[in-house]
Design a protein. Structure first.
Length: 171
């Protein structure tokens, strides 16, 4: 039984290492903004790889996927490829973006989320909405959470067996 359990633990640990070889970072972001009495909301999740990239004087993680909504009903359908007008870099500290920010499409409209040096902005191709509130937070990767829970379970199983052996009477 110990041999089977040991093999199982080794296989799961190796799978975890392989899964983390191409690990991603995830960032949740809500944006609420206003322009001329018109409100806009946007929120979602950015996915990046773990290596940093530099654009000008800004260093961040290159966003490789995005999901979320603009004004609750307009689903974000795609990320616009990095260009001279957007570098798609994000960092977990303030400011999270530079002046070129990240560009994406929702309901056929191109949006650009950026930091102008004093405030976060969301541009929809016509109007720039100033942020009333914006935050960004790193989210744990699901594989890491699962491996952590598995590790706690293995430790608990080992402790149970240890205490079970210790409780047996000496003969």
């Amino acid at each position: 039984m110990k041999s089977i359990l040991a093999k199982f633990v080794c296989v799961v640990a190796l799978l975890g290492l392989v899964a983390n070889a191409n690990a991603n970072l995830y960032f949740d972001w809500p944006f609420n903004g206003t322009h001329g009495g018109t409100d806009i909301t946007a929120s979602g999740t950015f996915s990046t790889d773990e290596s940093t990239t530099t654009s000008g004087s800004f260093t961040g993680f290159l966003i490789n996927a995005i999901s979320g909504n603009v004004n609750t009903s307009d689903a974000i359908s795609s990320l616009v490829a990095p260009s001279i007008s957007n570098d798609n870099l994000v960092q977990a500290v303030d400011p999270s973006f530079d002046a070129t920010g990240v560009a994406f499409i929702a309901a056929g409209v191109n949006y650009q989320l950026f930091y102008d040096g004093s405030n976060y902005q969301l541009y929809n191709g016509t109007v720039t909405f100033a942020a009333n509130s914006f935050s960004i937070s790193e989210v744990p990767e699901p594989v890491n959470v699962a491996l952590g829970l598995f590790g706690i379970g293995v430790v608990g199983l080992g402790m149970k067996r240890h205490f079970k052996k210790a409780a047996q009477p000496v003969q």
